[in-house]
Design a protein around this ligand. Structure first.
Ligand SMILES: [Zn+2]
Length: 461
């Protein structure tokens, strides 16, 4: 009889220990160490993917001068937003981990993509029955005759099915439901996740087949399972959004084949997730009345210009300590801007509550939004409306100076495209395009260059 072998794993970070300890020495969490049985199979057993030599490709060492530069072979997903975030499509042989909170729509997104692709896709679900998936697919738009659905959680059986069906793309929903025969621990445990993922990664690399793994996320926002999983895969995508909002954002946390700055935006509809190809339109709320406290910023998310609406509410504090809250914007930066307004521009905001919100549920890190934040606050504080045709793009420094931002031309072009009449930016910004010069509203947008908050106030109010 085989001897039962166990090891202790930290459920938080995946670190391995020979015996139980109270505190993980790797991530410093208490009470996260759990014993898992990892009885290994006896020698000679048909272990996972290894035995199928037919598809195996041995690689050969090459002189660096002999290596030709080719684009990675990519499979288009027929979904522009996903292609953009991936850097142009799924790279053959790559493993993509898609994480997100339960119920956010990960399965819907991937099933929809499987149905829209031209390629043969094997969709393996350990979460839902084939009938449930069929019902879900009925609601979605795509019709891929080559989309195969398998309900299975054992990797050995999945590989058997892969050998029979020879899919071009494999989807696993979700990695937490899988188990392999060679480890005794229960599905979802650290050692099972690590082992099943490494079997799938091996399969992907040896057959050059892209694999998409869906993974759930814990309350703290980490992908449930070992942190090590994120290091093992090639691409880590995060699907986020508020379940109560209809918009979802897809971003890359890690991408071996492209930038992590790109962003995909989707709208959740009854018929699935709609790609939002012109996000600026949805991020600016429709309003007919002239409301105070809103300002539009020309920002960049990755390579993509976005016009984003900033909303502020300034009111007299009811309690002694004024409240400051920011949604989608860094609270520390908000406090900094309020201090700048107080000290450098003479606005008395010390005894006021300030609430700030970025429309559409986005989180913005582009510092170019600063000026719009300042203007939204001033608009609410002074009860003065900002013209709907004006937008802003500049960073605000500690001495109240208006600073230049990168890729200004792209921002101006986007603002012009959306019909803005004036854009306010730093006087230090160099504009390459001759069409966009101050006081020459060629193409319908006037450029106003400023260097201090006072100047902005003079222009606006
Ligand atoms: Zn740990």
């Amino acid at each position: 009889m085989a001897k039962i072998k166990t090891t202790f794993f930290c459920q938080n970070c995946g670190a391995q220990f020979p015996k139980w300890v109270g505190k993980c020495t790797s991530c410093n969490e208490w009470n996260t160490i759990v014993e898992e049985i990892i009885q290994k199979e006896s020698q000679g057993a048909n272990r996972s993917w290894k035995q199928s030599n037919s598809l195996k490709k041995a690689s050969k060492a090459l002189k660096i001068s002999d290596i030709s530069i080719t684009q990675e072979d990519r499979v288009s997903t027929n979904n522009d937003e996903l292609n953009r975030v991936l850097g142009g499509g799924l790279v053959n042989g790559s493993v993509v981990l898609l994480g997100g909170e339960p119920g956010i729509g990960k399965s819907t997104l991937i099933l929809q993509i499987a149905l829209m692709m031209q390629n043969k896709v094997l969709y393996v679900s350990g979460e839902e029955s084939q009938t449930q998936i069929k019902l879900r697919a009925e609601r979605l738009a795509g019709k891929n005759e080559n989309c195969l659905i398998l309900t299975e959680t054992k990797t050995q059986n999945i590989f058997k099915s892969i050998e029979e069906t020879k899919p071009e793309v494999v989807v696993i929903d979700s990695i937490q439901t899988l188990h392999t025969d060679y480890i005794e621990a229960s599905p979802g445990s650290i050692s099972q996740i690590r082992e099943t993922a490494s079997e799938l990664i091996k399969f992907a690399k040896e057959t050059n087949t892209p694999v998409i793994l869906i993974g759930h996320i814990t309350k703290e926002g980490a992908i449930a399972g070992p942190k090590i999983l994120e290091h093992m895969v090639d691409v880590v995508l995060q699907f986020e959004g508020d379940r109560n909002h209809t918009y979802r954002i897809l971003r890359a946390q890690k991408n071996r084949f492209g930038s992590t700055a790109e962003l995909g935006i989707y709208e959740m509809l009854n018929t699935g997730l709609r790609e939002v190809s012109n996000p600026s339109e949805i991020l600016i709320s429709e309003k007919d009345a002239d409301l105070t406290g809103t300002a539009i910023s020309a920002t960049l998310e990755g390579m993509r210009p976005l016009m984003i609406e900033v909303q502020a509410l300034v009111s007299t504090a009811v309690y002694g300590t004024p409240q400051r809250s920011a949604t989608g914007y860094n609270i520390k930066r908000l406090n900094m801007l309020l201090a700048v307004l107080e000290k450098r521009a003479g606005f008395r905001l010390g005894a006021k509550d300030v609430f700030l919100n970025i429309a559409g549920g986005l989180k913005v890190e582009d510092p170019a939004i600063d000026l719009a934040v300042v203007c939204a606050i001033l608009s609410s504080n002074e009860d003065a409306v900002i013209d709907q045709n004006v937008c802003f793009t500049a960073e605000v420094g500690l001495s109240g100076e208006i600073r230049a931002v990168n890729r200004i031309d792209q921002r101006i072009i986007e603002a012009e495209k959306l019909g803005f009449k004036r854009i306010i930016l730093s006087k230090f910004n160099k504009i390459a395009n001759k069409n966009y010069q101050p006081t020459t509203p060629v193409g319908g947008i006037e450029i106003i260059k400023v260097s201090t908050i006072e100047e902005v106030v003079r222009v606006l109010f």
